[in-house]
Design a protein around this ligand. Structure first.
Ligand SMILES: C[S@@+](CC[C@H](N)C(=O)[O-])C[C@H]1O[C@@H](n2cnc3c(N)ncnc32)[C@H](O)[C@@H]1O
Ligand code: SF4
Length: 335
């Protein structure tokens, strides 16, 4: 797999470390020459922690959603254990790379320095801040999303954290900030959203022994409880465990990835935007900022998607974040 160009496999979930075959899956990919990262909640039991301490070339991407109090509000009673586990990992496995990932909300947007200090104390290499995304199954999260102005302030704070504490950051913002945002030394993305163009998701269904392939983990495709008609527009295909070469065919089938690769179905505002024309922006979030009439789906499915994805929140337009003074644009960021 590595020889055929697959750079990184990220084990995620759910909580990947709770899978009974977690370590053997990790080793199988590594034996194929693929770099493995683990997106985790850090709530490891003693056995998992001991195993991680023995792993060479380990990349742990651990969720910490703010300072102790804010983190515990979203993930009750877990902060202290996560910190203890990560400290232990750092002590016993000095070569392990640790990245702190924080979902940005109205509750932690003023805590970038606190997060920077936590990252520093853990010997973490970087912080990634992901703006909260609306989700079909949980649309009320929109109330926790930050505004464009708040997001910009967070980026400015992260730049100060980088300058003062030496902790670099990544986020889903590019354009003016591209040269400041940390580029991973091993796995480099070309744009802030890799979905469907640089990366894909695989969900394994043990009952059918098939993998489902899709671009975005915030889209309805990742919601196994959603109806198949709602998920369908976001799925790229599926293939059997014993037919791995089918994945290459799915990846090369442009029609399976239209939502993510065809920039002409971004909103009207984007079509007129110089950032899009100059390839500095790919139109923000591909599932929020889309012309849904371009999707071939039932009318009531489209109505549901519009209501729950498109109209539920800001899609972090860069013109909007940077302000019209810096871009010459006047967009309000919505189509
Ligand atoms: C789905 S989790 C899986 C890994 C692990 N179990 C964990 O809790 O971090 C992967 C990442 O997605 C983030 N995430 C979950 N829901 C999100 C949302 N609505 N918007 C943005 N990020 C989200 C999580 O906080 C985490 O950093
Ligand atoms: S309008 Fe906003 S989201 Fe669209 S291309 Fe321009 S900067 Fe990006």
């Amino acid at each position: 797999m590595g020889e055929h160009g697959l750079m990184e496999v990220r084990l995620t979930g759910g909580e990947p470390t709770e899978h009974p075959d977690f370590f053997s899956i990790m080793h199988a990919f590594r034996d194929e020459g693929v770099y493995v990262s683990v997106a985790t909640n850090g709530m490891w039991n003693r056995r998992t922690l001991a195993g991680l301490c023995r792993e060479p070339s380990l990349w742990v991407i651990c969720s910490i959603d703010g300072g102790r109090e804010v983190h515990n509000r979203f993930r009750p009673g877990t902060f202290d254990k996560i910190i203890t586990n990560l400290r232990c990992l750092r002590e016993h496995n000095p070569s392990a790379r640790i990245r702190v990932t924080t979902v940005l909300t109205r509750h932690n947007n003023k805590q970038m320095f606190e997060l920077g200090k936590i990252a520093l104390s853990l010997g973490a290499e970087s912080i990634t801040v992901i703006p909260l995304r609306p989700q079909v199954r949980n649309p009320e999260v929109v109330n926790d999303m930050v505004t464009a102005a708040e997001f910009r302030q967070v980026i400015e704070d992260l730049i100060a954290v980088k300058d003062r504490l030496g902790i670099p950051f990544t986020t889903t913002m590019e354009t003016h900030y591209k040269s400041i945002i940390y580029r991973d030394p091993i796995v480099r993305k070309h744009s802030s959203c890799a979905a469907g163009r640089e990366a894909l998701n695989l969900d394994y269904n043990a009952a059918t022994q098939k993998f489902q392939v899709y671009a975005c983990s915030y889209s309805p495709a990742s919601d196994l409880t959603a109806s198949s008609t709602v998920r369908a527009p976001f799925l790229a295909g599926e293939f059997a465990l014993d037919n791995l070469s089918a994945l290459a065919a799915i990846w090369q089938d442009e029609s399976a990835w239209t939502l993510y690769r065809d920039l002409s179905i971004r909103s009207r505002t984007c079509q007129d935007c110089t950032f899009l024309k100059h390839h500095q922006c790919t139109g923000s979030c591909p599932i929020q900022n889309i012309d849904y009439s371009a999707i071939n789906a039932d009318r009531d499915v489209l109505a549901q998607l519009r209501e729950q994805i498109v109209r539920t929140g800001e899609w972090y337009c860069y013109q909007h974040i940077l302000g019209s003074d810096e871009t010459g644009g006047t967009s309000d960021g919505r189509s």
